[in-house]
Design a protein around this ligand. Structure first.
Ligand code: ZN
Length: 94
């Protein structure tokens, strides 16, 4: 089993901060868009067991790296939030 630890870490971060990111839309599609965009800009950290994700996560806690992950997340959240491509937004425009 191959897991990108950053995927789990970013997903947790997004869950934690989504209310503070002032998103125009918080549907699953938009959240996935934010996650995908952020992960494309983040160096993957592959592990072979789910338990190992927490070790990678521990490396980021209380470090400057965590802040830079958050900055990246906020940037991508803004891009998606400014141009949401989901159904919800399209309905509103009509
Ligand atoms: Zn949406």
């Amino acid at each position: 089993m191959i897991i990108n630890a950053m995927e789990r870490i970013m997903k947790d971060l997004l869950d934690e901060y989504k209310t503070r990111l002032q998103l125009n839309c918080t549907c699953n599609e938009c959240l996935d868009d934010i996650l995908a965009l952020t992960l494309n800009k983040t160096h993957p950290r592959y592990v072979t067991k789910a338990e190992k994700v927490m070790y990678i996560k521990a490396e980021f806690i209380d470090k400057q790296e965590m802040t830079s992950l958050l900055v990246k997340l906020a940037e991508c959240a803004k891009i998606v939030s400014d141009n949401p491509t989901c159904q919800n937004q399209q309905k509103e425009k009509i």
